[in-house]
Design a protein around this ligand. Structure first.
Ligand code: GLN
Length: 257
Protein backbone atom coordinates (compact mmCIF):
# COMPACT_ATOMS: atom_id res chain seq x y z
CA UNK A 1 0.00 0.00 0.00
CA UNK A 2 1.38 3.41 -0.92
CA UNK A 3 1.61 6.21 1.58
CA UNK A 4 -1.03 8.19 -0.29
CA UNK A 5 -3.53 5.33 -0.12
CA UNK A 6 -2.96 5.01 3.64
CA UNK A 7 -3.53 8.72 4.15
CA UNK A 8 -6.76 8.56 2.16
CA UNK A 9 -8.23 5.67 4.11
CA UNK A 10 -11.09 7.01 6.19
CA UNK A 11 -12.33 4.32 8.50
CA UNK A 12 -15.78 4.42 10.08
CA UNK A 13 -16.05 2.14 13.11
CA UNK A 14 -19.60 0.80 13.27
CA UNK A 15 -20.95 -1.24 16.18
CA UNK A 16 -23.64 -3.79 15.42
CA UNK A 17 -25.22 -4.13 18.87
CA UNK A 18 -26.18 -7.66 19.99
CA UNK A 19 -26.71 -9.18 16.53
CA UNK A 20 -27.14 -12.68 18.09
CA UNK A 21 -30.03 -11.76 20.37
CA UNK A 22 -31.47 -8.56 18.91
CA UNK A 23 -31.96 -9.04 15.22
CA UNK A 24 -35.44 -9.79 13.90
CA UNK A 25 -37.49 -8.97 10.79
CA UNK A 26 -34.33 -8.36 8.77
CA UNK A 27 -32.69 -5.77 11.01
CA UNK A 28 -29.27 -7.04 9.96
CA UNK A 29 -30.02 -5.41 6.58
CA UNK A 30 -29.41 -2.06 8.27
CA UNK A 31 -25.79 -2.99 8.95
CA UNK A 32 -25.28 -4.27 5.41
CA UNK A 33 -26.83 -1.13 3.89
CA UNK A 34 -24.66 1.26 5.87
CA UNK A 35 -21.58 -0.83 5.10
CA UNK A 36 -22.27 -0.76 1.37
CA UNK A 37 -23.24 2.91 1.12
CA UNK A 38 -20.33 4.09 3.27
CA UNK A 39 -17.97 2.23 0.95
CA UNK A 40 -19.63 3.78 -2.12
CA UNK A 41 -19.01 7.21 -0.60
CA UNK A 42 -15.30 6.40 -0.28
CA UNK A 43 -15.17 5.45 3.40
CA UNK A 44 -13.83 2.22 4.89
CA UNK A 45 -16.53 0.78 7.16
CA UNK A 46 -15.27 -1.50 9.92
CA UNK A 47 -18.12 -3.52 11.44
CA UNK A 48 -17.76 -4.59 15.09
CA UNK A 49 -20.37 -7.22 16.02
CA UNK A 50 -20.81 -6.71 19.75
CA UNK A 51 -22.56 -9.52 21.66
CA UNK A 52 -23.01 -10.22 25.38
CA UNK A 53 -19.59 -10.49 27.07
CA UNK A 54 -17.54 -9.14 24.15
CA UNK A 55 -14.83 -6.50 24.49
CA UNK A 56 -16.04 -3.01 23.58
CA UNK A 57 -14.32 -1.49 20.51
CA UNK A 58 -11.85 1.35 21.11
CA UNK A 59 -13.35 3.65 18.50
CA UNK A 60 -17.07 4.00 17.80
CA UNK A 61 -18.53 6.25 15.09
CA UNK A 62 -21.99 4.70 14.69
CA UNK A 63 -24.14 2.24 16.64
CA UNK A 64 -26.84 0.08 15.00
CA UNK A 65 -29.13 -2.11 17.08
CA UNK A 66 -32.10 -4.29 16.19
CA UNK A 67 -35.26 -5.61 17.73
CA UNK A 68 -35.90 -8.79 19.65
CA UNK A 69 -38.40 -10.93 21.47
CA UNK A 70 -39.09 -10.05 25.09
CA UNK A 71 -36.82 -12.95 26.13
CA UNK A 72 -33.98 -11.69 23.90
CA UNK A 73 -34.29 -8.33 25.62
CA UNK A 74 -33.99 -10.05 29.03
CA UNK A 75 -30.85 -11.92 27.88
CA UNK A 76 -28.94 -8.77 26.97
CA UNK A 77 -30.24 -6.57 29.79
CA UNK A 78 -27.35 -7.04 32.30
CA UNK A 79 -24.70 -6.64 29.63
CA UNK A 80 -26.39 -3.51 28.30
CA UNK A 81 -26.25 -2.06 31.80
CA UNK A 82 -22.53 -2.82 32.00
CA UNK A 83 -22.13 -0.69 28.84
CA UNK A 84 -24.64 1.99 29.84
CA UNK A 85 -22.12 4.68 30.87
CA UNK A 86 -20.14 4.19 27.67
CA UNK A 87 -23.27 4.38 25.51
CA UNK A 88 -24.60 7.43 27.36
CA UNK A 89 -21.24 9.18 26.89
CA UNK A 90 -21.12 8.33 23.18
CA UNK A 91 -24.69 9.60 22.77
CA UNK A 92 -23.90 12.87 24.55
CA UNK A 93 -20.82 13.24 22.31
CA UNK A 94 -23.09 13.18 19.25
CA UNK A 95 -22.33 9.69 17.96
CA UNK A 96 -25.25 8.65 15.73
CA UNK A 97 -27.22 5.57 16.78
CA UNK A 98 -30.19 3.78 15.26
CA UNK A 99 -32.04 1.49 17.67
CA UNK A 100 -34.93 -0.57 16.40
CA UNK A 101 -37.89 -1.72 18.49
CA UNK A 102 -36.52 -3.95 21.29
CA UNK A 103 -33.34 -1.89 21.70
CA UNK A 104 -35.29 1.35 21.28
CA UNK A 105 -37.34 0.26 24.30
CA UNK A 106 -34.22 -0.60 26.33
CA UNK A 107 -32.57 2.75 25.50
CA UNK A 108 -35.55 4.31 27.28
CA UNK A 109 -36.34 4.31 30.98
CA UNK A 110 -37.95 0.86 31.16
CA UNK A 111 -39.90 -1.77 29.26
CA UNK A 112 -42.59 -3.65 31.14
CA UNK A 113 -43.51 -6.80 29.20
CA UNK A 114 -47.17 -7.71 28.71
CA UNK A 115 -46.56 -10.40 31.38
CA UNK A 116 -45.59 -7.71 33.87
CA UNK A 117 -41.80 -8.23 33.94
CA UNK A 118 -40.09 -4.86 34.18
CA UNK A 119 -36.78 -4.56 32.29
CA UNK A 120 -34.96 -1.36 33.23
CA UNK A 121 -33.56 0.68 30.36
CA UNK A 122 -30.34 2.71 30.20
CA UNK A 123 -32.26 5.96 29.83
CA UNK A 124 -30.51 7.53 26.87
CA UNK A 125 -33.97 8.41 25.55
CA UNK A 126 -36.73 9.91 27.70
CA UNK A 127 -39.33 7.25 26.93
CA UNK A 128 -40.95 4.34 28.73
CA UNK A 129 -42.81 1.35 27.33
CA UNK A 130 -45.51 -0.97 28.62
CA UNK A 131 -46.51 -4.16 26.81
CA UNK A 132 -50.13 -4.97 26.05
CA UNK A 133 -51.85 -8.16 24.91
CA UNK A 134 -52.61 -7.00 21.38
CA UNK A 135 -49.61 -6.66 19.10
CA UNK A 136 -49.25 -3.71 16.75
CA UNK A 137 -48.33 -5.13 13.36
CA UNK A 138 -48.05 -3.85 9.81
CA UNK A 139 -46.46 -1.58 7.25
CA UNK A 140 -46.27 2.02 8.24
CA UNK A 141 -45.40 5.33 6.55
CA UNK A 142 -44.28 8.18 8.75
CA UNK A 143 -43.07 11.75 8.28
CA UNK A 144 -39.83 12.89 9.89
CA UNK A 145 -38.37 16.39 10.02
CA UNK A 146 -34.85 15.08 9.46
CA UNK A 147 -35.36 12.57 6.66
CA UNK A 148 -38.81 13.13 5.12
CA UNK A 149 -41.15 10.16 4.58
CA UNK A 150 -40.00 6.79 5.85
CA UNK A 151 -41.58 3.39 5.31
CA UNK A 152 -41.12 0.39 7.58
CA UNK A 153 -42.81 -2.51 9.29
CA UNK A 154 -43.83 -2.50 12.93
CA UNK A 155 -44.47 -5.53 15.12
CA UNK A 156 -44.52 -4.87 18.84
CA UNK A 157 -46.60 -5.31 21.98
CA UNK A 158 -44.97 -2.36 23.75
CA UNK A 159 -46.74 1.00 23.86
CA UNK A 160 -44.18 3.77 24.18
CA UNK A 161 -44.67 7.22 25.64
CA UNK A 162 -42.14 9.99 24.96
CA UNK A 163 -41.32 12.16 28.00
CA UNK A 164 -40.18 15.71 27.75
CA UNK A 165 -36.59 15.82 28.90
CA UNK A 166 -34.92 16.81 25.68
CA UNK A 167 -36.27 13.79 23.82
CA UNK A 168 -38.47 14.51 20.80
CA UNK A 169 -40.75 12.15 18.92
CA UNK A 170 -38.87 11.01 15.82
CA UNK A 171 -41.83 10.98 13.44
CA UNK A 172 -45.53 11.49 12.95
CA UNK A 173 -47.85 8.74 11.78
CA UNK A 174 -50.39 10.30 9.47
CA UNK A 175 -52.85 7.69 8.31
CA UNK A 176 -52.85 4.02 9.10
CA UNK A 177 -50.35 2.58 11.48
CA UNK A 178 -49.82 2.60 15.20
CA UNK A 179 -46.36 4.00 15.90
CA UNK A 180 -45.37 4.52 19.53
CA UNK A 181 -48.71 3.80 21.13
CA UNK A 182 -51.65 4.09 18.74
CA UNK A 183 -53.06 7.20 20.35
CA UNK A 184 -50.78 10.24 20.01
CA UNK A 185 -49.66 9.71 16.36
CA UNK A 186 -45.97 9.79 17.31
CA UNK A 187 -43.42 7.20 16.23
CA UNK A 188 -39.97 6.70 17.69
CA UNK A 189 -37.87 9.18 19.60
CA UNK A 190 -34.74 11.24 19.10
CA UNK A 191 -32.23 12.81 21.46
CA UNK A 192 -28.78 14.03 20.38
CA UNK A 193 -28.19 11.93 17.24
CA UNK A 194 -29.76 8.86 18.79
CA UNK A 195 -32.85 7.62 16.95
CA UNK A 196 -35.12 4.98 18.43
CA UNK A 197 -37.84 3.64 16.16
CA UNK A 198 -40.26 0.74 15.69
CA UNK A 199 -39.42 0.55 11.97
CA UNK A 200 -38.20 -2.90 10.98
CA UNK A 201 -38.18 -3.87 7.39
CA UNK A 202 -35.23 -3.65 7.24
CA UNK A 203 -35.68 0.09 7.34
CA UNK A 204 -32.40 1.36 5.86
CA UNK A 205 -32.45 -0.38 2.45
CA UNK A 206 -35.83 1.24 1.69
CA UNK A 207 -34.94 4.64 3.14
CA UNK A 208 -31.52 5.76 1.84
CA UNK A 209 -31.96 9.28 3.24
CA UNK A 210 -31.91 7.80 6.75
CA UNK A 211 -28.82 5.70 5.95
CA UNK A 212 -27.10 8.79 4.60
CA UNK A 213 -28.03 10.85 7.66
CA UNK A 214 -26.31 8.22 9.83
CA UNK A 215 -23.23 7.95 7.60
CA UNK A 216 -22.88 11.72 7.26
CA UNK A 217 -23.21 12.28 10.99
CA UNK A 218 -20.74 9.48 11.73
CA UNK A 219 -18.18 10.97 9.30
CA UNK A 220 -18.68 14.48 10.69
CA UNK A 221 -18.26 13.21 14.21
CA UNK A 222 -15.00 11.45 13.38
CA UNK A 223 -13.46 13.69 10.72
CA UNK A 224 -15.25 17.03 11.12
CA UNK A 225 -16.84 16.88 7.67
CA UNK A 226 -18.56 14.42 5.36
CA UNK A 227 -16.70 14.36 2.06
CA UNK A 228 -17.83 11.70 -0.38
CA UNK A 229 -15.18 10.73 -2.91
CA UNK A 230 -17.35 8.42 -5.03
CA UNK A 231 -15.96 7.45 -8.40
CA UNK A 232 -18.20 7.65 -11.47
CA UNK A 233 -18.82 3.92 -11.14
CA UNK A 234 -19.72 4.23 -7.47
CA UNK A 235 -22.14 7.05 -8.31
CA UNK A 236 -23.86 4.77 -10.82
CA UNK A 237 -24.14 2.09 -8.13
CA UNK A 238 -25.60 4.60 -5.67
CA UNK A 239 -28.14 5.70 -8.29
CA UNK A 240 -29.15 2.06 -8.84
CA UNK A 241 -29.52 1.48 -5.10
CA UNK A 242 -31.62 4.61 -4.77
CA UNK A 243 -33.89 3.54 -7.63
CA UNK A 244 -34.34 0.12 -6.03
CA UNK A 245 -35.05 1.75 -2.69
CA UNK A 246 -37.69 3.97 -4.28
CA UNK A 247 -39.36 0.95 -5.91
CA UNK A 248 -39.35 -0.91 -2.57
CA UNK A 249 -40.70 2.20 -0.83
CA UNK A 250 -43.55 2.48 -3.34
CA UNK A 251 -44.57 -1.16 -2.92
CA UNK A 252 -44.29 -1.25 0.87
CA UNK A 253 -46.12 2.02 1.36
CA UNK A 254 -49.14 0.88 -0.65
CA UNK A 255 -49.39 -2.60 0.91
CA UNK A 256 -52.25 -3.25 3.27
CA UNK A 257 -51.40 -3.66 6.89
N1 GLN B 1 -40.52 -7.46 22.57
C1 GLN B 1 -40.84 -6.12 22.23
C2 GLN B 1 -42.31 -5.87 21.97
O1 GLN B 1 -43.02 -6.79 21.60
C3 GLN B 1 -40.00 -5.73 21.03
C4 GLN B 1 -40.46 -6.39 19.76
C5 GLN B 1 -39.57 -6.14 18.58
O2 GLN B 1 -38.38 -5.82 18.71
N2 GLN B 1 -40.10 -6.32 17.39
O3 GLN B 1 -42.76 -4.77 22.14
Amino acid sequence: MTRTTQTNTRVLDIVSLYPKDMNIYGDTGNVKTVELRARLYGYEPRIHAYNVGDAWPEQVDLVLGGGGQDKGQAVISDDLFARADTLRQLAADGVPMLLICGLYQLFGEYFETHEGQRLPGIHVLGVHTVGQDTRMIGNLVEKTEQCGAIVGYENHSGQTIVHDDGTQPWARVENEGTGNNGSDFTEGARKYNVIGTYMHGSVLPKNPQLSDFLIRTAAEHRYGTFEPTSTAEQKVQLDKLNALAQAAFDVASTRPR
